[in-house]
Structures are given as C-alpha cells and as structure tokens.
Design a protein. Structure first.
Lengths: 306, 242
C-alpha cells in the first residue's frame, strides 16, 4: 500500500513555543489513522497545516503527491475537513447546508448520496430544521455529511468527538469504520484515549512531539513492564498507601481499580498484599492485566520527561 | 460522607413550552459526597444544574440546596456554592493571585484572610512560584486545577463541576481527581458531570439521566452488578441505547 500523507521534519513555532517539533508521519492510503493527545499537544496545529490553512515553519508535507504549500488549491478539492468547532451555517436548514457544500464543490447531493446515505439518513427526518437547532450528535452527523458530499480522497477530522457522550462517540467511530470501505484516507484527532483501539494505527502526541506511532496492539505490547490491577474496599486509601510504598514504580486510578507497576523486575504480589494489609486495608485483590492505551500514554509521558 | 442531606429535590420539573427538559426528578445528595451526574448530550443535565445553582427557576417541584429554598432564597444558594466548567476558566490577563483575590472578594472574604489562605493553597499545590504569573502563561492542566481551587476557595457547601476534565492529559486528569477527593474529605459536596466513564467509577454515587428523567441512581458497583456488566461504560451504553 502506498502512502497518502507524507510528513517530514515538520516544525511550527508560536512565539517561543514549539507547537510542533520535528514531526515525521507516513499515513497509508485508505488508513484510519488516529492522532491522540491532550489539549495543547499540537493536534489542531498539525491538522490545520495538513489542511492548507496554516503554513509550516520548516519541513514538508505532501498529500496524494501534492505539496501542501504549492498545491493548496488542488488539495482543497480532494479534502473533506471537519474543524473542531461546529462551522456549518446555523441559520440554514440541514438540507440547505448539504446543498451548499455540494454546490461549492461542483457536485450535487444526488450524485454522491451513496457515500453519505448511512450517516445522512439518520438526520434526514429533520432536514428542514435549522442546523443551529440540532442536538450535538445530529450536528456532528450533518458536519460529517457535508465534509463527505464531494467524495473526498482524504478526510481530516479535528476532534469530532470532543464533548460528545460515550454512546454517541461509539456510534461516530462505527460510522468512520464503515466509511473506510469507500477508499478514503481518514486522519482523525481525539483527546479520548479509549478511542484509539478502533484505528488502524495511532500516533501519540504530547507537547508538540510524537511519542509513538504504531498499531494500537503494538503500542500496548511495547509497555515493557508487568502491570497489576489492584482493588480493595477503600481504593483511595490503597492509592495513598501505595504512593508511599518503597517498591512502587507507578500507581494510577482506572475507574474502580488501580493500575500498578513495581520497581522490581518481577513484582512480588504477596509482599504487596502484606504491605497493604499492615496498613489496614482489606479485601485486596491483585491480578496481572494487559495495559491499555492510557497506561502506555502515561508511561511514555514520564519517559519523555526524564 | 454523612447522612446529612445537602441537596433535596422532589419532583423537580422544568418545561420549555411543550418540551419537558426535567421530568419529575427526585433525588438527595449527601454532605461530603462525590455525586456523579451522567447522561447523554441533551438528556437535561445542564438544565438541572442551572436550577440547582439558583440560575433558573423550575416549573414545579420542591428543591432545597445547602439548606435554602430554591424559590425564595436563591441568592443565599449562590453564596454557598462553587461552580466550575470546562469552558469557564480564570481571567487570562490577571495573575494567579489576582484571580484568587478577585473571586474571594466577590464572595465577601476579608483581605488578610484571602492573603493567608491563598499562600496556604499555593503551597499545598506546590505552585507558589507561579503566584504572580499571568493565567495565560501557565499550562492548561494547571489552569484546570487552579479553576477548581478557586471554585472552592470561599469554602462552599457544594461545588458543581461541569465536565471539568475534558481534553486534559491523563496524568493531570488524575491529579485533578485527587483534589476532588481531598475536597470531599473536607466535607464539601462535589456534584460532577463527565463524559469519561472511568471517572464515573470514582464517584460515591451516580445518577444517569435519559430524556429528562433519572433512570438510574446508585453506587457505581451496584449499577455494574445490577446491569450484569464489567464497568460503568457498559452500564451507560445499556441505558442510553435502550
């Protein structure tokens, strides 16, 4: 498979801050690629540079063999772009928005209806409602339909699921997975680590630097330490006690559980239990588990700091 | 957490024309409790929070917040609560200390008391070195922690947190929850909304709203058991996809 997006040595500086620091990424054709990181990591800056809306300070990006600086006009025709902020016309109805975007790109809704059918049919009953009056989930579906109506080769989505509830987020990712069947390269950013598992490959980004680029499975395989899951009657007390334990390498809350790594090459489960019992904790359960993306992200963040 | 009720809502209802945003909500929240207020977008959470903060009048229902009646004493309610949202942050062009001083003054705290408490707070957060830095020059994670500390600076009975950790990195997100735990241990009730379902499991109890109604209210572990699933994420999906 050849590459759709090639990013080499990309740097962007604002004032004295390196918003993007020597980014190198190669995104394959038809790949569902996730850019994952917290606010302020540089996700939007990177997407805006790819989208030809911002110039890089140094480095190059080509998309479908076109240069983002020189060939921006041609590139804009093959992009579908969904910015972070809802940017459709609030005073136009659903169908008016869709027709508008189709017309701008010299096509019609009918011509490419097949591509948006699955998504658009969910909001079609409300097609005469003004976009400003749609719920968050419906706005998102309309924005995606508008980004797709000219059958783009590359879809750029900047945090499409931010602020969206857990169920709507799952539905959105199912839609992206389905879209892949249509020969589209999808580049999507998100601050939600749990969304990573649905991507073909992901890049973890923090403070303008890429920490890792891999398939979600491989990132978790690279964790390199035994990870223990611990729970008890009083999780918060166990958390505080483990922070003062001589063998603790890391301890973090994960919902009802704690995730723990040990300084010793092989953690001694019984000695951890004994320590926690001595501190007055009860009903302690410890078992080894596979790390998730968030475990890996935190680990890489700390590694990067050192 | 005690058995003392800090919020009582009986048949709380809010209508906008024919649309029922809050449909007969009945629930209690206890002193020192971390109460998770969950629901899909558009389920009616924001409407309910606005009522509980004294910013919007319900159409019907008996509601008391911090011991005050929502209809007759809503100004008193405002003095006894703190509020923080993802969007609301601090004033970018004021320093860390100026922000604390500004909010504390609005709540009627005395100058010398503010100064003393601000120093203590910044020391506890290990952030004293940034006392005179402008908010716009400090990292996002710190802004969120400071915004929270500001919201509880006047020692309110309840603090309302509306998606306080959206977009925050995973390490800072956990530091933020440490602050929430400390605050609850000091007896301040924490009323929090979030889209992170792992955070729902950090709460003492959670309620889940769907189409204006509260459809579930219990401890996270009881809900997980009741719905025969592994975690709160699956509980949420089961309820919201019904």
């Amino acid at each position: 498979m050849s590459n759709s997006i090639e990013i080499s040595s990309l740097t962007k500086v604002y004032d004295n801050t390196k918003a993007l620091n020597d980014i190198n990424l190669h995104i394959k054709k038809n790949e569902l690629f996730g850019l994952i990181g917290p606010d302020g990591a540089g996700k939007t800056t990177l997407i805006r540079i790819i989208a030809t809306l911002l110039l890089p300070d140094s480095g190059t990006i080509t998309v479908e063999n076109l240069d983002v600086v020189k060939d921006y006009k041609s590139l804009r025709k093959i992009y579908g772009y969904m910015p972070g902020r809802f940017s459709l016309y609030q005073d136009l109805t659903v169908i008016e928005n869709l027709n508008f975007f189709a017309t701008v790109f010299g096509t019609t809704v009918d011509e490419n209806y097949d591509l948006i059918k699955d998504i658009y049919s969910q909001i079609e009953p409300f097609k005469n409602r003004r976009a400003g009056q749609l719920s968050g989930g419906m706005k998102q579906k309309l924005a995606l339909s508008c980004a797709l109506i000219h059958k783009p080769k590359v879809l750029l989505l900047d945090e499409p699921t931010t602020g969206v509830d857990a169920v709507s987020r799952k539905e959105f990712w199912e839609m992206l997975k389905n879209l892949q069947k249509n020969d589209i390269t999808i580049f999507v950013s998100t601050p939600y680590m749990d969304e990573a598992s649905l991507c073909d490959r992901i890049a973890l980004i923090q403070k303008g630097k890429i920490l890792s680029v891999e398939t979600p499975e491989n990132i978790t395989k690279q964790f390199g330490k035994q990870l223990l899951q611990i729970n008890s009657d009083n999780k918060y007390k166990v958390l505080k006690d483990l922070r003062n334990y001589e063998f603790t390498n890391s301890v973090n809350s994960f919902g009802q559980f704690l995730h723990y790594t040990d300084k010793r090459s092989v953690p001694e489960v019984q000695s951890i239990k004994n320590y926690l019992n001595e501190k007055g904790n009860s009903n302690i359960n410890i078992k080894e588990i596979m790390p998730n993306i968030e475990d890996c992200f935190m680990d890489l963040m700390i590694e990067d700091k050192n | 957490m005690t058995q003392e009720k800090i919020i009582t809502a009986k048949n709380m209802t809010k209508k906008f024309g024919h649309f029922v945003a809050n449909d007969n909500l009945t629930f209690d929240v206890y002193k020192g409790e971390i109460f998770g207020f969950l629901g899909a977008n558009g389920a009616g959470k924001t409407t309910a929070i606005r009522i509980l903060c004294g910013l919007s009048m319900p159409s019907a229902g008996e509601i008391k917040v911090a011991g005050f009646d929502i209809y007759k004493q809503n100004e008193k309610i405002k003095k006894n609560i703190g509020y923080m949202s993802q969007k609301f942050s601090l004033y970018e062009d004021l320093t860390v200390y100026e922000n604390l001083n500004f909010y504390a003054s609005i709540y009627g705290m005395q100058k010398n008391e503010i100064k003393k408490k601000a120093d203590e707070l910044l020391e506890k957060l290990e952030f004293s070195y940034a006392k005179n830095k402008l908010i716009k020059d400090i990292p996002l994670g710190w802004k969120q922690k400071l915004a929270f500390s500001t919201a509880v600076f006047h020692n309110p009975k309840i603090v309302f947190l509306d998606e306080p950790t959206g977009g925050v990195d995973p390490v800072t997100r956990r530091q933020f929850w440490d602050l929430i735990y400390q605050t609850a241990e000091e007896g301040i009730t924490v009323f929090v909304t979030t889209h992170y379902m792992d955070e729902a499991e950090y709460c003492d109890r959670v309620s889940i709203m769907d189409e204006g109604k509260i459809v579930a209210l219990d401890t996270p572990l009881n809900l997980i058991e009741q719905y025969k699933v592994q975690n709160m994420d699956e509980v949420f999906v089961k309820i919201a996809r019904k």
